[in-house]
Design a protein around this ligand. Structure first.
Ligand code: GLN
Length: 413
């Protein structure tokens, strides 16, 4: 058997979650909340099941949910998508991304991705026969650094004699627009933009949308926006969706997910919004892949979305968790990178002197899981070729007591 994906093994998220379970470690690796969703959402789904909404829904998704998604995008971004021909309900963001890629990428087409890159994109492009063109994020002083670490350090006025000084924050990551421009060729079919960005927490601002528009103007390049962390943008920023910008929206698949927003990652329900011609191609693939997405979850979500903003203060909720985690690690050997979005905090570990020196990111994560009892994800798993930045990713979508126990274990390092 000749593998279609010879270099692909089990995902790092599955691997690290298994290691965490085996060693009873606190799992700050794979990104998922350890707290419950709103009970009202469960009741909505339960009502749908009891109302016998248990047979196939329409291929593109229940009209009520598509309508609710259209309303939500219109309220957030001022663009009204037509639920009938421009919105498709998917089995999570991951399926939407694969479907969009398979729908428009022909063998040999180039697809530009930003590296570090979420782990499903490159295999998705390979399955379509596309050629991935990787553009590295640049290390940059991205500003807007929250004050929590300094505050945390100041609270600890009289550190023990041998306690290391709190390291200052590390520089963050930002899109390198010159490198992105240089990566565009006549063969470029699609550019994937993930904002807020997993794993770095970087997010686009409105000037970035204009830069992107200038880059693709006059070409037939399509865009795919992975915006599953759209409601987790911090420090007063606004999420800059591709849907906000006329020129970009006209050539974009915009993907999001209810799993992240409503703390139900296991439900696997998301959506793709795109202009009619793109949606038509998207649905050709969708109907012969999953065909459609389970009915009661869709009905329950539609019901729940009658509340105009059921995510309420999700950004504030996660910002407080981010700040709690950052403050807790302020005096440790970790150097925290800025985090303007997502529920991930990246940290440099060179200053963690308790660890054997010279560990790769993967080995550091293994050591941290087995010896310290906290699982994390190596940044290297978001690169196509071996790349070591000395950075690991922690997920802070956890109960405060979980975070506090993780902090207790990590702060001493
Ligand atoms: N998106 C999640 C993360 O980055 C993981 C999803 C998965 O395990 N496939 O941690």
């Amino acid at each position: 058997l000749v593998s279609r994906l010879p270099r692909v093994g089990t995902t790092i998220f599955t691997t690290m979650s298994a290691l965490a379970t085996e060693h009873g470690a606190i799992n700050l690796g794979q990104g998922f909340p350890d707290f419950d969703c709103d009970p009202a959402l469960i009741e909505c789904v339960e009502r749908a099941m009891r109302a016998n909404l248990n047979q196939y829904p329409p291929m593109a998704g229940l009209p009520a949910l598509r309508e609710a998604v259209a309303g939500k995008i219109a309220r957030m971004h001022g663009r009204r998508y037509d639920p009938a021909g421009e919105i498709t309900i998917t089995a999570g963001g991951t399926q939407a991304i694969l479907t969009a890629i398979l729908a428009v990428v022909h063998p040999g087409d180039e697809v530009v991705v930003i590296e570090p890159v979420y782990d499903s994109y490159l295999p998705n492009i390979a399955l379509a026969g596309g050629v991935a063109v990787r553009v590295p994020l640049r290390r940059a002083d991205v500003g807007g650094r929250p004050s929590a670490p300094e505050a945390g350090a100041a609270a600890d006025d009289a550190p023990a004699i041998d306690a290391p000084a709190a390291p200052a924050g590390a520089t963050g990551f930002a899109i390198d627009w010159d490198a992105l421009a240089a990566a565009i060729t006549p063969r470029t079919r699609l550019v994937l933009i993930n904002s807020p960005h997993n794993p770095t927490g970087a997010s686009l601002d409105d000037a970035d949308l204009d830069r992107l528009a200038a880059l693709v103007r006059g070409t037939d390049i399509l865009l795919l926006g992975d915006e599953v962390y759209e409601h987790m943008v911090f420090d007063g920023r606004e999420h800059q969706s591709l849907a906000r910008h006329d020129e970009l929206a006209a050539r974009s698949f915009v993907v999001s997910s209810f799993g992240k927003t409503f703390h139900v990652t296991g439900w696997k329900v998301g959506y793709c919004a795109a202009p009619p011609a793109l949606t038509a191609e998207f649905r050709k693939v969708h109907q012969f892949n999953v065909f459609t997405v389970n009915t009661p979850m869709q009905a329950g979500l539609a019901d729940y979305l009658r509340d105009p903003a059921p995510w309420r203060d999700l950004a504030g909720f996660y910002q407080r968790k981010r700040d709690r985690f950052r403050a807790g690690l302020a005096g440790s050997g970790f150097r925290l990178l800025p985090c303007s979005g997502t529920y991930f905090q990246c940290a440099e570990y060179a200053g963690v002197t308790a660890a054997p020196s010279g560990l790769s990111e993967l080995d550091f994560c293994r050591w941290l899981t087995t010896e310290v009892g906290v699982a994390a994800i190596p940044l290297s798993s978001f690169y196509d070729e071996p790349t070591e930045n000395g950075i690991v990713r922690f997920c802070f979508a956890k109960r405060d007591d979980t975070l506090d126990e993780a902090i207790r274990r990590l702060a001493a390092l």
